[in-house]
Design a protein around this ligand. Sequence first.
Ligand SMILES: NC(=O)c1ccc[n+]([C@@H]2O[C@H](COP(=O)([O-])OP(=O)(O)OC[C@H]3O[C@@H](n4cnc5c(N)ncnc54)[C@H](OP(=O)(O)O)[C@@H]3O)[C@@H](O)[C@H]2O)c1
Length: 261
Amino acid sequence: MILGAGGMLGTDLCKVFPDALKFTHHELDITERELVIKTIRENKPDVVINAAAYTKVDQAEDEEELACAINGYAPGYIAEGCALAGATLIHYSTDYVFDGSKPEYIESDQTNPINAYGRSKLLGEQEIAKHTDNYMIIRTSWLFGKHGRNFVDTMMRLSPQMENVKVVNDQLGRPTYTADLALKTAEIIDMEPGIYHLTNSGTCSWYDFASAIIPNVIPCTSKDYPTKAKRPRYSVLRNTKTTPMRHWKDALKEYLKEKRA
Ligand SMILES: NC(=O)c1ccc[n+]([C@@H]2O[C@H](COP(=O)([O-])OP(=O)(O)OC[C@H]3O[C@@H](n4cnc5c(N)ncnc54)[C@H](OP(=O)(O)O)[C@@H]3O)[C@@H](O)[C@H]2O)c1
């Protein structure tokens, strides 16, 4: 069963799991506890994959309650349903559960979110663990994919409109292609429960990432480009549990090729 099936990652998951029962936001609102539990119990899935989320990082500073309802408490309801139905829960979390004070983070590292979105996603991890042991929480980062708004598309839109596009050079992370993440999810589905860090390989700054997309980009610092939500300086997720995914540059090439096709 796939929840959040209409989102950027959700749509790619639906391609990888064509026989899954799929629920878009319109079809199942994950904040409706009774309905969520009832839907999972009635359908008796082996696995529930939750790709539904509140993903507006800056807006979350003004809407933390809403972000927590969707990213925090709702995953707990899904976990309750999974526990009653005997299903495994696969859920996605984020690099933003960390504060960015270390160059990279492994799965067991101490969390300490520095923005409202990160706090809401950490709450989701905690609520899941309260209700079931049979979960896989996949932390990922800097997603881009065909079926949602993302950084790559923003750069391609801005590039012809501006002489130079300023992009921050002091936040480091790992861009991740949703098509790759969906395939990797299928690959690890029978592994041990627990927390996984899954991203494309290779570390870069947003400036490096932008430079691989458009020609007219210039670096700036986070101070030159203030945003409502603070971002961690380092948000590199190191995967210590499974084989690495391909380099983000190879994934980006494929994404750009498919966009042009
Ligand atoms: N995007 C990133 O860079 C990034 C980075 C790290 C981790 N993640 C995590 O990866 C996962 C997938 O992210 P994504 O970028 O694919 O997100 P997305 O494109 O924003 O998709 C999220 C989906 O959830 C749906 N949704 C929102 N509220 C809902 C609710 N109450 N009930 C049911 N569905 C609801 C949205 O529907 P509407 O559009 O109709 O609201 C949308 O279809 C999320 O857990 C996210 O936190 C994302």
